[in-house]
Design a protein around this ligand. Structure first.
Ligand code: NAP
Length: 324
């Protein structure tokens, strides 16, 4: 038996229930994983609400990313043995003590990476990788803007941009978060609930604007983001924590020849080779200490609703994790 968080209908955190489920033995090609940590992503709250692109049949488990130890292997599994440390992403059911999962969905976890670090920094790290190394390659000549710089994604993006030599302006939702963003490497932090961030970015850049904005916030920062981008700038949207972006106006983009993308990790790791290379880069930077997800809180499985309420209501910094 395993305790697992499940939903029977889409909606608020009150719909998260903890149930005893029979996990059973792994079938062919599967392993049973004893989970040591689960990510808590902003996206998990969207899955719970039924507004994420991945909308499961109900009832459903929850949680997209987990890590732990293999405790049983099914027929035909050759890559994993009992006792191996392993992790996975994009596989609903990480909010649980134990689960079955296809071995093909797992990757080995290096000895120097703790389970909680892996779940906080793998999907987010891989996302940061494609945003900052592929979509717009930030470099020493760039001053870039990162929204929600003290959050899970923002923390890693800032660290990676600084590693590449860029100057980073971060927006944040409170003075406390501004202090954290500066400590984490931001050159400037703007509390966008207290001041007009676009005007401030234009002031900092002497009116030039920035060549790229990395935006996981969406609706609330849309107009300001357009305003503070330099001509030919990259509007790199990868999330909408504050709500969906409005329909895009091509003529608005045309005013400054802006390049817009609404990007998703799944499209940048379409092949196993691409995913493997991204993962290797993230693990390498975690190992070197360049990336650190700055876990600010660990929640027990029973406190899953608290954890989801916290991330949805802007009460968290860095990453938070669930320890089943
Ligand atoms: N496209 C992809 O491949 C991909 C992959 C991973 C994550 N994401 C996206 O990246 C974003 C960040 O994810 P995360 O899990 O690391 O979360 P997070 O950044 O730790 O938390 C969300 C942050 O968004 C900011 N925010 C601004 N307005 C908000 C509002 N009205 N309600 C709630 N939050 C608001 C808050 O920071 P402030 O208080 O500082 O504003 C909050 O802390 C999410 O949109 C997520 O869906 C996308």
């Amino acid at each position: 038996m395993s305790k697992a968080v499940r939903i029977h209908k889409f909606g608020g955190p009150e719909n998260l229930v903890i149930e005893d489920v029979e996990v059973g033995d792994p079938g062919p090609g599967e392993v049973r994983l004893r989970q040591e940590a689960s990510a808590v992503h902003f996206a998990d709250t969207l899955v719970r609400e039924g507004t994420y692109f991945l909308k499961p049949d109900l009832p459903s488990g929850l949680g997209l990313e987990g890590a732990g130890v293999v405790e049983a292997v099914g027929d035909g599994v050759t890559d994993f043995a009992v006792g191996d440390r392993a992790a996975y992403r994009f596989n609903l059911g990480s909010y649980a003590e134990a689960r079955l999962i296809p071995a093909a969905a797992l990757h080995h976890l290096p000895d120097n990476i703790e389970a909680k670090i892996a779940v906080a920094a793998t999907v987010r790290g891989m996302t940061a990788q494609y945003l900052i190394r592929h979509i717009y390659k930030a470099g020493p000549d760039d001053t870039v803007l990162i929204h929600a710089a003290a959050g899970g994604m923002g923390t890693l993006l800032t660290q990676w941009a600084k590693h590449l030599g860029a100057t980073v302006i971060g927006t944040v939702g409170s003075p406390e978060k501004a202090a954290l963003a500066l400590e984490n490497g931001c050159d400037q932090a703007i509390d966008y609930r207290a001041e007009n961030f676009a005007a401030r970015v234009l002031e900092i850049t002497d009116g030039a604007g920035v060549p790229a904005v990395y935006d996981g916030v969406g609706a609330a920062v849309y107009e300001g983001t357009v305003e503070c981008l330099a001509p030919c700038g990259f509007y790199v949207n990868y999330g909408h924590s504050s709500g969906f972006l409005p329909p895009l106006d091509a003529m608005m983009l045309n005013q400054k020849s802006l390049i817009f993308t609404k990007a998703s990790l799944k499209d940048y790791m379409r092949t196993p080779e691409a995913a493997k290379a991204m993962l290797a880069e993230v693990f390498d930077l975690l190992g070197q200490g360049v990336l650190d997800p700055q876990i600010s809180q660990e929640y027990a499985l029973e406190d899953v609703a608290k954890a989801q309420r916290a991330i949805a209501s802007r009460d968290t910094t860095g990453s938070i994790v669930l320890i089943p």
